[in-house]
Design a protein around this ligand. Structure first.
Ligand code: DGJ
Length: 720
């Protein structure tokens, strides 16, 4: 052992000393550091709080934490990259070559680290974008070669992250249709645990590609060490957590390997072709899970989602109000309802299209994007005109990647559909998936949006739905080259979205896949908000929205008040207002009192929208740990805040939670006002109208007054 270290030291003294080179990627508060070892293998030597200078980053783990582990050579655990070279050699070695950094802006620094196989013209570049003030690092990998024939990529992860700690707690978000984003936290056992999708499309349906890891001790909302990451990818993904028991000196090491799912996805890389992996976004905090969320939200608004700073529109959607059962008059009446609620926009959902096979339920018409003449004799143009005349914006639902067998599109283009030869068509919601690997189909999908916009340029919003996953999937376009079909589908989806965004940068788009089946940052790069779940029961929504809040800011989470659940309307409104407010109701069935309250809440939302949409989130009382929930948003200047409090189930007085606020300025004085009250109703919080210092509100808190089940309060705080 002694001679080994001597060898390193003597190597370091040589003028060309690769092992001395430290590469530090740092934000204002977080750093990850790399250094080549004596064998030129790049090692991760640090991940955590940013240290004061480069000398402080010390390689204490020798060669156990590869920066990007490769398969088939000497690393025998799960690798990041495993390939078959053109000559059939299945091993890969990557030596450090060089690195460079570039300031993309005062806040963003890009670092590229170049690696190469010493025996093959095979190259890897690890990219890291450090967002200084957000404390976010975005990383991805470019793979290329100039071998004589294709190299097959069998496994090609986006990153390889090493975490050193004796034990690690993982929080991930699982679910299914109607129960998205349920949180689950547990201590990782030795071995491999993975969150992944093989669904092909709508891939976030069962697991969101996001997670938190607390090394050492279980972190809380406000304390402890947390690493968190999210893979920005709309295709099959796989995030592996391999907990290795190393020797007694080294302790355990957790390897986190996020990337495209290798399942049925070998990729033949041509000479001189660049393969860019999906981007993996991560952050780290020593101040608990709340800070992780605030870092992600800040990054998302400024860099991660489309038009993060465009003001969100409140809306009335007709889906849960009418389902497929509407006509022109019903819709125009709903416009009047939208005006009564005070919202900005009317969103027309499924059921407006197809003539030969009218879309009167989910069994027909998908693919035939022409307004149904019987239901809508004036076409979409008439509806847009009527809405505009009433001072409303107009939005429309589409599901352009899908087709019903009962459609003209299916009759004309059976070759545009993903379906395996010699297998029966497997329908789900009576529909099939179009073959987006095919450029002609990409043109068609782009055309669905483009034609609507050309015909009615005043359309201001589209809800892009996706109601099934892939099975028996085979691309007629790719023929015998099916190996990377899933990967090429996702690439086709992005190509279409690139074109849409280039042509329609201002169009608002909602990401929907039977609810939250597509929520991840690969797609959100093109969308500004998403439909989190078809489940709009307020109690369930509190938990679902809570789950999303870990990674996705409130302005992306559409929350609509619907008829679901017997809870009081106020409770539903207070739940919806904590994200992006909307309605899915039949206004004519509402009482005057209910309409008045809804209008009040819409007005309050608009008045406080900047605080809720762009303020910092503090989760106060978790519905996963209690029968209550509370969260608050504080604006950046700490002058305004909005607190949401819910009693999901009535409990005995001694279990009422403490309502200690957070994120305020201790030295400022805030007036507390309860809002969203029915006309004539008394505030529930007796502190209503009183003034407290930020310190009092954070250290002593407010008394919990919500004593009955399904009650809620919204408090507005303003500095005086
Ligand atoms: C599923 C979505 O989640 C719903 O909101 C609605 O748009 C339906 N699809 C329409 O088919």
């Amino acid at each position: 052992m002694k001679s080994f270290f001597c060898a390193i030291i003597s190597l370091c003294m040589l003028p060309v000393c690769v092992s001395a080179q430290k590469i530090i990627i740092a934000t204002d508060g977080v750093a990850i550091a790399y250094q080549p070892d004596a064998g030129k293998q790049l090692q991760q030597i640090y991940l955590g709080k940013k240290l004061s200078d480069s000398a402080s980053y010390r390689n204490i783990n020798a060669s156990l934490d590869p920066a990007y582990a490769t398969g088939g050579a000497t690393y025998l655990n799960e690798p990041a990259l495993q390939v078959k070279h053109a000559d059939g050699n299945m091993s890969l070695v990557l030596n450090y070559v060089s690195y460079e950094t570039k300031n993309e802006s005062p806040n963003v620094v890009l670092t590229d680290i170049k690696l190469k196989d010493p025996a093959y013209p095979f190259y890897v570049t690890l990219h890291y974008k450090a967002y200084k003030t957000q404390n976010i690092i975005e990383t991805w990998t470019t793979i290329s070669h100039t071998e004589k024939a294709d190299v097959v990529l069998n496994r090609y992860a986006s990153a390889f992250i090493n975490i050193k700690s004796p034990q690690n707690y993982l929080t991930h978000f699982y679910g299914e249709y109607n129960y998205e984003m349920q949180m689950h936290k547990f201590q990782l056992p030795p071995g491999i645990f993975s969150i992944q999708s093989k669904l092909g499309v709508r891939t976030a349906c069962n697991y969101n590609p996001s997670f938190l890891v607390s090394p050492n001790n279980d972190a809380t909302e406000t304390s402890g060490e947390v690493f968190a990451g999210s893979l920005a990818y709309s295709g099959n993904f796989d995030i592996q957590f391999e907990s290795l028991q190393l020797n007694i000196d080294m302790g355990n090491s957790l390897k986190i390997i996020p990337g495209i799912n290798a399942y049925a996805s070998s990729y033949s890389l041509k000479p001189n072709e660049n393969f860019d992996t999906p981007h993996f976004i991560f952050t780290y905090s020593v101040a608990g899970e709340g800070q992780i969320s605030r870092n992600f939200h800040n990054w998302a608004i400024n860099y991660g989602i489309w038009n993060g700073h465009q003001k969100r529109q409140t809306l009335l959607n007709n889906w849960e109000a009418t389902y497929f059962n509407f006509n022109q008059d019903t819709l125009v009446n709903l416009f009047d309802g939208a005006k009564k609620l005070g919202v900005d926009m009317f969103l027309l959902d499924d059921g407006w299209f197809a003539n030969k096979y009218p879309r009167n339920d989910s069994r027909a018409g998908l693919g035939d994007w022409e307004a149904n003449k019987k239901k809508l004799p004036g076409g979409i143009g008439y509806l847009v005109k009527e809405a505009t005349a009433k001072g409303l914006n107009f939005g429309i639902w589409i599901e352009p990647e899908m087709v019903n067998p009962k459609s003209e599109l299916y009759e004309k283009h059976p070759e545009w559909i993903l379906k395996a030869p010699n297998r029966p068509e497997h329908l789900y919601r009576t529909q099939l998936v179009l073959d987006l690997t095919n450029p002609v189909v990409q043109d068609y999908v782009f055309g669905v949006i483009d034609n609507l916009m050309k015909e009615s340029p005043a359309i201001s919003y589209m809800k892009w739905d996706c109601n099934r996953s892939m099975d028996n999937a085979y691309s007629p376009y790719l023929g015998k080259n099916q190996d990377a079909m899933y990967v090429r589908y996702a690439a086709g989806y992005y190509k279409v979205l690139d074109r849409i965004r280039a042509k329609y940068p201002k169009l608002d788009m909602m990401l929907c896949a039977s609810g939250g089946g597509r929520v991840e940052y690969g797609a959100l790069k093109y969308f500004q908000e998403f439909w989190p779940s078809d489940n709009t029961y307020p109690e369930d929504r509190i938990k679902i929205q809570w789950g999303y809040s870990y990674f996705y800011p409130a302005l992306t989470v559409c929350a609509h008040v619907t008829a679901a659940g017997s809870e009081p309307l106020k409770y539903k409104l207070d739940v919806a207002m904590s994200c992006k407010l909307g309605f899915d109701v039949m206004v004519k069935k509402m009482s005057e009192r209910e309409i008045a309250l809804s209008h009040t809440v819409t007005d309050n939302y608009r008045r406080l929208q900047d605080v809720i949409n762009y303020g910092e989130l503090y989760r106060l009382v978790s519905p996963y740990k209690t029968n209550f929930a509370s969260l608050m948003y504080v604006d950046n200047a700490k002058r305004k805040a909005v607190v949401f409090a819910y009693n999901l189930e009535s409990l005995e007085a001694d279990t009422y939670p403490e309502l200690k606020l957070n994120g305020l300025d201790p030295n400022k004085k805030y007036k507390v006002t309860e809002i969203n009250l029915n006309t004539g109703a008394r505030p529930q919080f007796r502190e209503n109208g009183q003034v407290f210092s930020g310190e009092t509100l954070m250290e002593q808190g407010l008394k919990w007054y919500l004593k009955s089940a399904k009650t809620s309060s919204v408090l507005e705080l303003e500095e005086i």
